[in-house]
Write a protein of this length. Sequence first.
Length: 342
Amino acid sequence: MNETIKTDVVIIGAGPVGLFAVFELGLLDIKAHLVDILDKVGGQCAELYPEKPIYDIPGIPYITGQGLTQALMEQIKPFKPTFHLGEMVTTVEKTGEAAFRVGTDTGKIFECKAVVIAAGGGSFQPKRPPIDGIEAYEEKSVFYAVRKMEHFRDKRLLVVGGGDSALDWTLNLQPIARRLTLVHRRNEFRGAPDSVNKMRALVAAGGMDLKIGQVTALEGSNGMLAAATVKGNDGSLSRVECDAMLPFFGLTMRLGPVAQWGVKMENELIPVDTAAFESNIPGLFAIGDINTYPGKLKLILSGFHEAALMAQKAYRYVYPDKKLVFQYTTSSTSLQKKLGVA
């Protein structure tokens, strides 16, 4: 049994808006834990367009998605948020007037006073390869993410894909695997050149195998893989014995389990008020692209504004007996001390 984690607020989503929510909550002495299905912070900015320029962040003429993520991480450092990455929130249950119980797909349980959904258009979920019967092996011997490397020690691994994720995990897992085979549909790779060079050096030295083609069939029983069939670009078939397969075919955006939490939905979005961006459930907020209201603009800067007003209302749930005194960071020495600049 996992020990229950107690905190003030759970933020679902660690994209730019979720990260800035940490800052606004932190100024009000509100502690936060963040849960994100990705294995790194930054949401769409970091995962889909880390090098794509963003031009409409106030006061910053030009910044990349990754640059914005790094800047936000530096900004919230004084508040020491706790991140739970590679996990998906599966349940949100209101247990009292200012009390929620939040569960994840890894079995973690949080108890908090408010919940903030900052999940963009939903959760990123891995794309499933078009292989008949793959569902029977998922989470038993087919995995779309690596949560514990030790789980793959001394196993025959089949990694499928040609991007950074496939190459990074190939290089990280090769030293502990009994044997590792990388399969990609072509001999050109989308990953970082340095990673490609290291992978090819391992192949040349006999440290791993590389096959050009696609996995077309799986063999095994009771969810446990025994082998996979790889069809080469020339039509030839080869059999690769393996204990586990890691397909990295990219990510797709899905709403996920949000609709099962009792939150009112409109066209897969959460309607909120514009005073605090609160849903129909008191204490459950939605900020960023996941929410909807009259005049809504799906911009990062709009999400920042929503985070600021959300924090003001969340304070009432976290500190119901305290009066909130509004302060400016430019003039408040107490806020400056929190930020470490006084």
